[in-house]
Design a protein. Structure first.
Length: 634
């Protein structure tokens, strides 16, 4: 634990000045040894030692207490603040030597402590000089404190390293069970403890993948010992250890435990603590960055909502690495192409909350990803719901995993074009207010490009239309299209309302888009947010294809609903009308062929207004229906 430095509260030595009457040759003299005194607090803070409160702590937490002491004249009293205390959120700081100390002759720091209540002391340690650059930190956490004076021991991981150390002792403690309390220390000193068991050092056992030129800090290094028959583990800085790379041409390790990858291949990092071999090993595989850009997308721009791609106009994204994620992101050029590079990736969140994405009419999520480790890669989409607020009660989300075992399989160190059907995000109950895309992966470095949603019609099912519906030829100036490739469509909120009984799919027939309805009892199409003003229009038109029998008594019903001048469903001025079509009506139903149902509005007498058309509902005996070119015209 490294705490930020702040102003010190010092009890220091007055400097000594002297002058010599004549000069002498000092070239053969050895440097003066550092002092080796181990006293930190007896009846007072030791000579040459400053106490420095950590930033954010209660700076006046410490005082001398002559009434509650373990031995001698006084103990060190610590007032641990309660929650919300304006003087500081916790008590803590470092005892720092004004002049570095040679502590290599000791094997432990010992102290006595008690509390006004039984508590768990958050952390005590050594090697923190409160500069933010300490290298030889060692600490214990969650130490049981009782209401009786008890002696505690913090073993030094490797005393031979402490030949020039200023960070003598530190502690930090916050409220217990929602309240402050009083903590006392006494007789804090370095000493040689007789009953320390042998050191059992360890480093993590990990398998990592990193790019050539990357650095990886070794963390999680520990030293276990038995003290008085009790097992005790100290979290020790990697700088206490000596590391070795099995393949220095692939990776080197600095004295403070920083691994630098220098070539392509595999290396195993092991360590010793003095003469003791550490358990654990880090297997490091290295790889190179992509030499070529991701493939250029070729999908029609009209079928794409892009978050990031040079091939399309992108919708605004607030951030590609949200404040709550665990990743670093950078904009890089790969073979001249803009690319996102994530490093130190645990999970990364791209947020587009300001400009949410309506992917209701999209069928897939696409992204191109280049990664070094393909054991696990997951993508989550989050929709904020109609209220557009995170945590508003109508959010939905779902995560999809892909890997080397997926179909198609991910491959390491190449660009993977990942296409995920939005139907696989089963828990994503809505897609009209998408606000977050989150990636999680086993690879610490991931390159991303061409992140977009798209619609891709599936081929017609067997027995479906072989050719697209004939393109309508109504003049564009006289036409308002709800859905048609031939015109600019006004847009639809949903092609299958949550209250209907039908299944809908996007299909591609040749180069034309269409909708395929199956299992139809009744299907509800809503365009409430983009109501159609057909007041000046004379006809409603749609193209229909069905494989079902249309001979009598089969019927196909079409209902139009207008929400009235107030634009609100059941606002008191709604109107609607339903017509019934058969093989004998004009227009007539037909089987296995596209039929253009071009119906004058006069056939909808109950539809008393047409300026706020908001719903189209069809039902009847046809269970499978393909529809296209839904429009009004004059």
């Amino acid at each position: 634990m490294q705490f930020p430095s702040s102003a010190s509260r010092a009890l220091g030595l007055t400097g000594l000045l002297f002058a010599a009457a004549c000069s002498r040759d000092t070239s053969s003299l050895e440097p003066a040894p550092f002092p080796s005194g181990g006293a930190i607090f007896g009846d007072a803070v030791g000579a040459g030692v400053d106490f420095q409160a950590f930033a954010g702590s209660k700076t006046d937490a410490l005082s001398s207490d002559a009434s509650t002491k373990r031995d001698g004249a006084a103990a060190l009293k610590v007032i641990v603040p309660g929650p919300g205390d304006p003087s500081g959120g916790y008590a803590g700081g470092a005892f720092v030597a004004q002049v570095p100390r040679d502590l290599s002759s000791y094997n432990a720091v010992t102290f006595w402590a008690k509390g006004s209540i039984s508590a768990k002391l958050d952390v005590i340690g050594l090697g923190n000089d409160n500069t933010g650059t300490s290298k030889l930190n060692a600490q214990r956490t969650n130490i049981d404190i009782t209401t009786n004076w008890t002696k505690y021991t913090l073993p030094i991981p490797l005393a031979a390293r402490l030949t020039s150390e200023r960070g003598l002792f530190f502690f930090a403690e916050g409220p217990e069970n929602g309240a402050g309390y009083t903590l006392w220390f006494d007789e804090i000193r370095y000493e040689t403890v007789a009953d320390l068991g042998p050191a059992r050092p360890s480093i993590p056992t990990l398998s990592l993948t990193a790019e050539v030129g990357a650095t990886v800090a070794v963390t999680g290094t520990q030293v276990a010992r038995t003290i008085g028959g009790t097992e005790q583990t100290v979290e020790a800085s990697a700088a206490y250890f000596t590391f070795k790379s099995s393949n220095p041409a692939v990776a080197t390790v600095s004295a403070n435990g920083t691994i630098t990858t220098v070539g392509v291949g595999t290396s195993t990092i092991t360590a010793t603590l003095g003469a003791d071999a550490a358990t654990g090993a880090i297997t490091l595989r290295t790889a190179t960055a992509p030499a070529t850009a991701a493939p250029t997308p070729t999908r029609a721009a009209a079928d794409v909502i892009s978050l990031f791609s040079n091939a399309y106009t992108n919708v605004p994204v607030d951030t590609w690495s949200a404040s709550f994620d665990q990743a670093d992101v950078a904009d890089v050029q790969v073979a001249g192409n803009a690319t996102k590079r994530y490093t130190n990736l645990v999970f990364a969140a791209a947020e587009f909350i300001t400009t949410k994405v309506n992917a209701t009419n999209m069928t897939h999520l696409h992204l191109d990803a280049y990664m070094n480790d393909v054991a696990n890669f997951r993508v989550k989409l989050v929709d904020f719901g109609p209220n557009n607020v995170f945590g508003g009660g109508d959010d939905s989300e779902h995560e999809v995993a892909v890997s080397a075992l997926s179909t198609p399989a991910l491959v390491a160190n190449v660009w993977n074009s990942i296409d995920i059907p939005l139907s696989q995000f089963a828990g994503l109950s809505r897609r009209a207010n998408l606000a977050q895309l989150i990636i999680v992966g086993s690879s610490p470095t991931v390159y991303l490009d061409n992140v977009y949603f798209y619609k891709s019609g599936v081929p017609p099912a067997a027995g479906g239309p072989a050719t697209a519906a004939p393109a309508p030829t109504f003049a564009a100036a006289n036409t308002l299209a709800i859905y048609s490739n031939a015109y600019t469509s006004s847009g639809v909120d949903t092609w299958s309302a949550d209250w209907d009984q039908a299944d809908v799919a996007d299909v591609r027939i040749g180069n034309d888009d269409a909708k395929r309805y199956s299992n139809v009892v009744f299907a509800g199409i809503e365009f409430i947010s983009k109501q159609v003003n057909a007041a000046s229009m004379t006809h409603f038109s749609m193209d229909v294809w069905t494989p079902d029998a249309t001979a009598a008594p089969a019927v196909f019903k079409i209902k139009l609903v207008d929400f009235g001048a107030n634009g609100v469903y059941q606002g008191g001025d709604d109107s609607e009308h339903e017509i019934t079509l058969t093989a004998a009506t004009t227009p007539a139903l037909g089987t296995g062929a596209w039929v253009r149902l071009d119906v004058p509005f006069t056939a909808f007498p109950g539809l008393t207004a047409r300026a706020h058309l908001a719903q189209l509902i069809f039902s009847g005996d046809l269970k499978t229906v393909y529809v296209d070119n839904i429009l009004v015209h004059r």
